[in-house]
Ligand binder design. Structure first.
Ligand SMILES: NC(=O)c1ccc[n+]([C@@H]2O[C@H](COP(=O)([O-])OP(=O)(O)OC[C@H]3O[C@@H](n4cnc5c(N)ncnc54)[C@H](OP(=O)(O)O)[C@@H]3O)[C@@H](O)[C@H]2O)c1
Length: 334
């Protein structure tokens, strides 16, 4: 359904909407009335918003099961955008700890809404950006890191000396996983294509496997953990890379990993698992965002920004992201 055009005297903000599922061209520039901060909320003037692989999947309804979350017939939330950075411009009643002018990164969660000039978020979901840290870099750290941190810390249980292989090491999640694991003392091997070898090494990988020259099956090992950050492998393909009691983890669901997680573990004490980090409680996610921004503020992890587009060119950004070869994060700039 087309959005009613706001009356001329109503203050508006630019947005990008999609009212049906389909290719990137379903994304359209529009305007909406400026949001107003309710009790416990802040309004953020958006300076950068990440375009994630999940948002491309939501826009396309691919896989179709995504419709269970986003709306069976048409998108329930026409404005996408889950990881935003910008300045607080309105503070609702009862909000402590945030003031107008503060630079923040906010995760909007399932309500989305970040492909916009302004977005209203619960104050608890907005985390101040440390002085000296660029807002775009902060959004990039949070986009990849909010998935990578629970995988590396909680599921891989990385410790000093852990031998970790990251497949898809140049992507948003992979680039953050390499840095966080290296920071925790792991010996990280990254897998990527030739163009990204130098990047992955600079993020802290002690070894890099160029996937255009070496098959994943020949990546060496043994590894205590194989983390597939892009879902192009399988537990079966990687099982001989694992040390006894080694763990195969993936961010992307497949029949192989679902069956092995629930019913049929890999042989000799090895196991496989998937996790869905976006489903964790908001307080746990906010604590991780604060930790990631503190690490970024201290220079321990850095945000990798691939390309930026103006907000109105969201369709081009989506086409680029879903091609699957970005390094780190793609941003829209309202
Ligand atoms: N489970 C969860 O909670 C969760 C949360 C967030 C994201 N995800 C999912 O995780 C996946 C990755 O997200 P992302 O944002 O990190 O993706 P991304 O940034 O789009 O990943 C792109 C990277 O994948 C690499 N790549 C492409 N084809 C590859 C192949 N055949 N083998 C190895 N690497 C390949 C590319 O590097 P090279 O071309 O250099 O190899 C590129 O740098 C998405 O499917 C996303 O939906 C899951």
């Amino acid at each position: 359904m087309p959005t009613p055009v706001p009356a001329a005297d109503v203050a508006t903000t630019p947005v990008v909407v999609h009212h049906r599922y389909g290719p990137p061209s379903v994304l359209r520039a529009d305007r909406r009335p400026l949001p107003v901060a309710g009790p416990g909320d802040v309004v953020v003037a958006v300076e950068a918003v990440a375009v994630s692989r999940a948002e491309c999947a939501f826009r396309a309804a691919d896989p179709p099961v995504a419709r269970l979350a986003t709306g069976l017939r048409r998108p329930r939330r026409p404005v996408l955008g889950g990881d935003v950075g910008g300045r607080v411009v309105q503070v609702g009643a009862g909000v402590a700890g945030l003031r107008t002018g503060d630079r923040v990164v906010a995760q909007t969660g399932i309500t989305m809404g970040g492909y916009a000039g302004h977005v209203r978020v619960p104050a608890a979901a907005a985390t101040p950006v440390p002085d000296g840290l660029d807002v775009r870099a902060a959004v990039a750290v949070v986009e990849g890191g909010s998935t990578a941190l629970p995988f590396v810390r909680d599921h891989a249980r990385v410790r000093p000396g852990t031998r970790l292989l990251v497949n898809g090491a140049a992507g948003a999640v992979g680039a953050a996983a390499v840095q966080l694991a290296a920071h925790l003392g792991a010996e990280v091997t990254g897998v990527c294509s030739t163009d990204h070898v130098d990047l992955v090494r600079s993020l802290g990988a002690v070894a890099v496997v160029d996937r255009t020259r070496t098959r994943l099956e020949d990546a060496g090992g043994p590894f205590d953990v194989v983390l597939d950050a892009v879902g192009t492998s399988s537990a079966r393909r990687c099982r001989h890379l694992l040390a006894p009691r080694g763990v195969y983890l993936t961010t992307v669901p497949s029949l192989d990993v679902l069956v092995r997680t629930a019913l049929r573990p890999l042989a000799r004490g090895r196991s496989a698992a998937i996790a869905f980090t976006g489903l964790r409680p908001p307080a746990a996610r906010a604590a991780d965002v604060a930790e990631l921004l503190a690490l970024a503020g201290a220079g321990t992890v850095r945000g990798v920004v691939d390309r930026t587009w103006p907000l109105a060119q969201a369709a081009e950004a989506h086409a680029y992201v879903e091609a699957g070869h970005k390094a780190g994060t793609v941003l829209l700039l309202p």
